[in-house]
Design a protein around this ligand. Structure first.
Ligand code: CO
Length: 459
């Protein structure tokens, strides 16, 4: 039996350990080697990569993708897409979603992993159909979480609905690393019963269970797992590629991986990791096991945000109260999975409820929009009292929020005349207006400098 491996060092490991600060030049030299490793796919784009390229690295994310594509002709390049949010933090009109997906494929993406924070399939449908139309594979992705409404049967039903939508694979995404081996065995087993397409499992080492979770998932019939080259594995990242290759091969599974190439890849990234450790951009804490998420049922990343929030308000003495309030707010809001942007929304509201001394005295703009239905359908029922406090006399929207959004592409393109050099530039601007503006200015300054330098020697 064959188990496929998706290597995440360029995207999720990079994002989970060093806040996506890996510049292209730091990994360019190993791409042609990675191309020979035998991975099922290489996750290298999407998620926070796009935003961070523009915001912190002064890199054109599309250019990065084209370079990776050119260096890895034999690999399937994979990206992560937040459904109707694309790579941003709000919903975009269908026109933009379609164009973004088409451009991603045109610039080199083979596999698009598409998820919605609320598992509302109407938020992934447009991106899914467009990706399939453009010839990409779609990994329909379930945001995994635990709650009374997130039963194994409900997840299996969701997987089936994704299959009916035409996805190439179904992926279960455990962003918090809280899926236990027992849960993995049962859940993957049930999904394998309900769909014919290959099943993928994505988890993180955060709470220390990931290797065991993958092993039980493999026993339950999972087809593909996500791993990271060992020096960028563990802690808040994925389990190690080489370790799982070794362990699974020993159990009689085929992985298709070449261990000699895996070693070269890891040897390449070791000094990169050391450099980030030395500069402090990689906090050794990120590499450790943290079981708080199991005790509090709150993802690790969200816990550190809560601490930062309370410290900023000089209210760390209320930490325990906020931790007790957090699951209550989540229940009131119909049990949204605690993934971006829901984790921030729930955390901020729980803190406000505790610090104000009265629950829902202050309701954030985001929670109001959520109650109105602007993020999609809540997994469970939103508490009617909270709904009333959030909306007052306003009515929740009917149907998809994206249907209420006007097309913006042509208008934005006209506005950016002389600044945007391509449709990709226009998309950068639609997703992150201020960040893109700053990036375009920096790019222009750099180009002028190059022109001056090339002219200089002729003087
Ligand atoms: Co992840």
């Amino acid at each position: 039996m064959k188990i496929g491996f998706t290597e995440t060092v360029l995207r999720d490991a990079n994002q989970s350990l060093i806040a996506t600060r890996l510049p292209y030049e730091k990994f360019a030299g190993i791409l042609s080697e990675m191309d020979k490793a035998g991975y099922y796919s290489v996750e290298c784009w999407g998620g926070a990569v796009f935003d961070c390229c523009l915001r912190y690295l002064d890199e054109d994310p599309w250019e990065r993708l084209r370079k990776i594509r050119a260096a890895m002709p034999g690999s399937k390049l994979q990206m992560l897409l937040r459904g109707q949010n694309l790579l941003g933090y709000r919903h975009y009109p269908d026109e933009i979603v379609k164009m973004f997906v088409a451009k991603s494929v045109e610039n080199g993406i083979d596999v698009i992993r598409i998820f919605d924070a609320l598992n509302d399939l109407t938020n992934i449908e447009v991106a899914t159909k467009e990706a399939l139309k453009r010839g990409a594979e779609v990994s329909g992705t379930i945001s995994y979480t635990q709650s009374p409404v997130h039963t194994i049967k409900a997840f299996a039903k969701l997987a089936k609905e994704m299959e009916d939508m035409g996805v190439t694979t179904v992926c279960v995404k455990d962003m918090a690393g809280v899926m236990s081996p027992a849960e993995a065995y049962e859940l993957i087993g049930e999904i394998k019963q309900s769909v014919k397409v290959p099943v993928v499992l994505h988890t993180h080492c955060t709470t220390g269970m990931a290797f065991m979770t993958y092993l039980k998932a493999v026993e339950a019939g999972v087809d593909v797992i996500d791993t990271a080259t060992s020096c960028f594995s563990g802690g808040s990242s994925q389990p190690a590629t080489e370790t799982l290759h070794y362990a699974l091969t020993g159990l009689g599974y085929e992985t298709g991986l070449d261990p000699a190439v895996l070693k070269k890849v890891n040897d390449f990234f070791k000094p990169v990791r050391d450099e980030f450790l030395k500069s402090g951009k990689l906090d050794p804490k990120m590499l450790a096991t943290d079981t708080d998420a199991l005790n509090y049922k709150v993802p690790g990343g969200m816990l550190s945000n809560l601490v930062a929030q309370l410290k900023a308000q000089n209210a760390m003495d209320r930490f325990e109260e906020v931790l007790v309030e957090t699951p209550k707010v989540r229940a009131d809001l119909g049990y949204p999975p605690l993934v971006t942007p829901m984790s921030q929304m729930v955390g901020v509201q729980a803190t406000a409820n505790v610090l104000a001394g009265e629950r829902y005295k202050n309701i954030s703009k985001e929670v109001k929009a959520y109650c109105k239905g602007e993020y999609g359908k809540a997994p469970g029922k939103i508490d009617p009292e909270v709904m009333k406090k959030a909306l007052g006399d306003e009515q929740p929207i009917k149907g998809r929020y994206a249907d209420t959004l006007e097309p913006v592409f042509e208008k934005t393109k006209a506005e950016l005349k002389g600044i945007a050099k391509s449709d990709e530039d226009v998309l950068d601007y639609v997703l992150f207006p201020q960040v893109a503006e700053k990036y375009f200015a920096a790019r222009k300054a750099k180009e002028e400098k190059v022109v001056r330098y090339t002219i200089a020697p002729a003087d």
